[in-house]
Design a protein around this ligand. Structure first.
Ligand code: DAH
Length: 350
């Protein structure tokens, strides 16, 4: 009996030494410890032994069983470690200083539209100005003929800083600074003021498919002697036809803005539904794209320009809305989503 045990032990040790994989090891485990395995067989064979023999033989078999179990566990661990080492060795070397391999990025649709508009206006003699996103109450409202407590402020509720400054609710907030910057050349050299100033704007808005708390506008002003509404219409229609690469359908409606007189809403027929009505255009078939008007005398005065001598027009183009129209984007919120899946559709080589 004891012979049987030592033969099995020797045989097992030799087999175990020869094992090179976890799979092979599992086969051996079944062969020795499985229901029909050799060690299990030894235990089963005890039923024919005497009580005395059972005791000693049983103990020896149990010692063998524990040895086999431990040896298999140790070998499993060793083999796993070896396999891991092999995998690590096989892995390509990783160079942490190598530049990331990413897909080529793309411009945001608003950037694309903004750049396109800038080129068009530049070709018409306009300069492009940048302006701060944080402005004073004076710039955003007072200088634009919107005194404190004026109801027009309601529509432009924005985010206020603790120092009394605010995040600009419209690009018109730069008008005053533009007049002051360019009026010298107007007075002394007779150079008309022609400037556009794109920018990010903020409002305290409940968001939906066509409203966002953060959006882009592009303001434009032209001031000279004898500027009229015809000049305004000419510039706007030319610009929009260039942007949409077709003769766009527009309509002018009267609109009230304290900083222009007369003021208009310039609408463009909705490119998403073709004018039939859809959620993006609030089912009207038209999209409010560009409020505009003749600059209010008080606004010119605040900018240091005599309204008796000079007149001008101003417009506030909704760049965000323009991008939606041009690219058929149905929900304004997609533009600020940061979703590459959504935005990378607009990749253009520019
Ligand atoms: N600043 C206005 C707004 O965001 C838009 C606007 C209206 C701008 C008329 C203009 C204008 O220059 O003439 O609601």
């Amino acid at each position: 009996m004891s012979n049987q045990i030592s033969t099995l032990r020797q045989e097992f040790t030799a087999r175990l030494d020869a094992v090179t994989s976890v799979t092979e090891l599992e086969e051996i485990r079944v062969e020795y410890l499985g229901k029909k395995g050799s060690v299990t067989g030894l235990l089963k064979s005890m039923k024919d032994l005497s009580a005395e023999e059972k005791k000693t033989f049983g103990q020896e078999v149990n010692v063998l069983k524990n040895e086999v179990t431990d040896a298999i566990a140790k070998k499993t661990e060793a083999l796993r470690q070896e396999e891991l080492e092999r995998e690590i060795q096989a892995m390509p070397e990783f160079d942490v200083s190598a530049p990331p391999v990413l897909d080529r990025g793309s411009f945001h649709p608003i950037t694309l539209v903004q750049r396109e508009c800038e080129e068009i206006f530049k070709s018409m003699g306009f300069v492009v100005e940048d302006y701060s996103e944080i402005v004073t109450d004076y710039e955003c409202f007072e200088a634009l003929n919107i005194p404190k407590h004026h109801p027009a402020r309601d529509m432009q509720d924005t985010y206020y800083l603790t120092n009394g400054q605010l995040l600009k609710s419209h690009t018109s907030a730069a008008q005053n600074a533009i007049y002051k910057k360019y009026s010298k050349a107007l007075f002394e050299e007779g150079k008309p003021i022609r400037a556009i100033f794109p920018g990010r704007c903020f409002r305290n808005e409940a968001t939906d498919a066509c409203h966002e708390n953060t959006f882009f506008q592009m303001e434009g002003v032209m001031v000279d002697k004898n500027i009229s509404i015809s000049n305004l219409i000419f510039f706007m229609k030319n610009m929009l036809s260039e942007v949409f690469k077709r003769d766009v359908k527009v309509r002018l409606r009267p609109g009230f803005f304290p900083f222009v007189e007369p003021g208009f809403e310039l609408d463009i027929s909705c490119a998403i539904c073709g004018g039939d009505g859809c959620p993006s255009c609030k089912n009207s078939g038209w999209l409010e794209l560009c409020p505009c008007g003749m600059i209010h005398p008080e606004v010119l005065k605040a900018g240091g320009i005599d309204p008796e001598e000079y007149t001008g027009f101003a417009f506030g183009l909704g760049l965000t809305r323009l991008a939606m129209m041009k690219y058929g984007i149905k929900d304004i919120r997609d533009l600020n989503s940061g979703s590459l899946k959504c935005m990378s559709q607009f990749t253009e080589d520019k």
